[in-house]
Design a protein around this ligand. Structure first.
Ligand code: GCB
Length: 613
């Protein structure tokens, strides 16, 4: 075949484009452990934004991405360059409105409430980069796809709405003024994680902190300092340095526990640690002791607050520091109902966790995706055990290799971020995924991945049940590979009612601790009726009471996280009077009013607390 000059040129451009696409996707650097322990400059605040439903800042009129075209010209991100050239520009960040970052856009402007698409956001900041330091631009989370540009140059792209990512910007910062532009796109696609169909609001934007971190050229990039698997007498983990001076002596100092040990990193900057523990106060929800841990190398030093505890299962028991516990939990979304929108800071987070504590909880399920690092650190501090989850939810493209890689990346990033948090005891690889062979393969690979990254915590998933006659059967083959029997069952709501739900019996195949991940009923706060009337507080209350009767008949019951702490926004919830885009299964309303069932669950938990003393 003869190729004309023109088609050769076209082919060549396509090749360049493909290369750029690939490198753009991978140019993030690996995550810094303990970003909040670093010398950081916050880029939070008011960011100017441009709504771009047709993505005209990204594609030219032939729908060719500007930043992937051979000339590399154009795009909103190139703000200044274009202005300098005096080209026609139909946008202007300075004159555009602004929104709070961190903060989803849906809650900040009426016209964005249901928006799914691209918004460009820009922030200006001053920097004083030093030549002997490294700099990272860090994002706590952007939902869903983020393209990031610094001073008009693309840094890269990240997919996944709930996990952190960062770019090495050493040598790319101006002394003085800089500007960062983010193209955030929250469109849903079938092959993504999560997929198109969920029961929560698809909040878009930069929903978590944006930070500029400064670290020494050779720095402590990562570390794990935790009790060894099932051992109360040994700390195990590693230290990982990045930079030119990889061979160093690094000291781990936990003054309050009388621990001081020095290790030497190898040519890859890594050192394993194994430290005997003599006397230590172990972390529990009742006494969430956190130790100050100092890691000091020749070029860098970092301090963290870490709790030490073990978690394991034995038969049908869950042992925390060797002692059998009952998980008095509640599920929650990363959403403040009072805004309503994503949690924007510590105040919001404390409010949520405090509500859980008021209900006598010792455990929370942070559903259905990774919540923020701050939230997990608060759980550490406030004494709440955590079930952490990735958005492998309902129907995923089980046979698409890219989809799997995406799920695995989100799981790994969550585990890397939170591996030093004593509150986290369960890694969940997904929720209500329907049985099939491709799904079993996908989920089993995720379980194996989780185990390869961490052998000190439990691995679980929220499974589905099926019913035969009056039997509620749990026999999902994935259960073989998990540490807990966890499933969602909506007796009394999606099947049966408050009257005949008690006729059902559970038939569970696995001899493992049973921790129910969901049950619940919708109730509109303030709507009172008899306990057979759906949507009433009384119906929800009776459903909870009957659930306790059903569930306590399960011999291996060791915990639960009913659905859910507070009413939450969902586009699936259409009833104009009772729902109006709210899932009403909360025990607390969107105005913070406690429903009757809040107190019902609290008294059940108070009883369980005395039982498991
Ligand atoms: C479920 C899902 C949860 C939903 C809930 C409901 O099983 O896991 O995300 O919100 O049911 O209210 O139907």
């Amino acid at each position: 075949m003869m190729l004309s000059n023109k088609s050769l040129k076209n082919l060549l451009s396509l090749f360049v484009i493909l290369l750029t696409i690939n490198s753009a996707a991978y140019c993030q650097s690996s995550l810094l452990q303990n970003i909040y322990g670093r010398n950081i400059q916050s880029l939070n605040g008011r960011w100017n934004y441009i709504i771009d439903p047709y993505e005209m800042g990204y594609y030219d009129y032939r729908h060719m991405p500007f930043d992937q075209s051979p000339s590399g010209k154009g795009g909103f991100y190139d703000d200044r360059k274009q202005k300098d050239k005096g080209e026609l520009i139909e946008y202007n960040f300075d004159l555009s409105p602004n929104m709070k970052v961190p903060g989803d856009w849906n809650s900040q402007s009426q016209r964005l409430e249901l928006y799914e698409g691209t918004i460009w956001l820009r922030q200006k900041f001053n920097a004083a980069p030093q030549s002997d330091k490294k700099y990272f631009l860090y994002f706590g989370a952007v939902n869903y796809e983020a393209h990031v540009y610094l001073n008009g140059k693309k840094l890269g792209m990240h997919k996944g709405g709930f996990t952190p990512f960062q770019f090495d910007v050493t040598g790319k910062l101006n002394k003085g003024e800089n500007f960062v532009v983010v193209k955030a796109d929250n469109k849903r696609f079938p092959d993504e994680i999560p997929t198109v169909n969920t029961d929560w609001w698809n909040y878009g934007g930069i929903t978590r902190d944006v930070l500029l971190a400064e670290v020494p050229a050779t720095h402590i990039a990562d570390y794990k300092i935790q009790l060894a698997k099932n051992s109360l007498t040994r700390i195990e983990g590693f230290i990982q340095l990045e930079g030119a001076q990889k061979l160093q002596s690094v000291t781990i100092n936990i003054p309050e526990a009388g621990i001081k040990q020095t290790v030497t990193t190898d040519i890859s900057g890594r050192a394993a640690i194994s430290i005997p523990v003599k006397k230590m106060t172990y972390w529990t929800p009742e006494a969430p002791k956190l130790y100050s841990v100092e890691i000091t190398g020749a070029t860098d030093k970092i301090t963290d607050r870490i709790g030490f505890r073990t978690i394991e299962t034995r038969g049908q028991d869950i042992l925390l520091n060797g002692k059998s516990i009952f998980l008095r939990g509640i599920s929650m979304h990363d959403e403040n109902p009072l805004i309503p929108g994503r949690l924007r800071g510590q105040g919001d987070m404390r409010m949520m966790l405090q509500w859980a504590k008021e209900m006598s909880c010792n455990y929370v399920r942070l559903a259905h995706y990774p919540h923020s690092e701050e939230m997990v650190r608060l759980a550490d501090e406030m004494g709440l055990l955590v079930w952490a989850e990735v958005p492998v939810y309902w129907t995923i493209s089980w046979q698409n290799a890219e989809t799997y890689n995406n799920a695995e990346k989100q799981l790994s990033d969550l585990m890397i971020r939170d591996k030093n948090r004593s509150s986290v005891i369960v890694w969940s690889v997904g929720n209500e995924t329907p049985l099939s062979d491709p799904r079993l393969l996908f989920m089993s690979k995720l379980v194996a991945k989780a185990r390869s990254l961490d052998d000190t915590r439990l691995v679980a998933a929220a499974l589905e049940i099926h019913r035969e006659g009056n039997s509620v059967i749990v026999n999902d083959p994935l259960g073989e590979k998990l540490d807990l029997v966890s499933f969602n069952e909506y007796a009394g709501w999606y099947w049966s009612n408050t009257k005949d739900m008690l006729n059902y019996k559970f038939n569970i195949k696995y001899d493992k601790p049973v921790v129910i991940t969901e049950f619940g009923a919708d109730a509109l706060a303030g709507y009172h009726a008899d306990d057979e009337t759906r949507w009433s507080e009384e119906y929800q209350e009776l459903l909870y009471k009957n659930q306790f009767k059903m569930l306590t008949a399960i011999g291996g019951l060791r915990g639960m996280t009913p659905w859910i702490l507070v009413d939450f926004r969902s586009p699936r919830r259409q009833h104009p009077y009772f729902q109006d885009f709210w899932n009403r299964k909360g025990l607390i309303s969107e105005t913070g009013k406690k429903k009757k069932a809040f107190y019902t669950l609290k008294s059940f938990y108070d009883e369980m607390q005395t039982k498991y003393k």
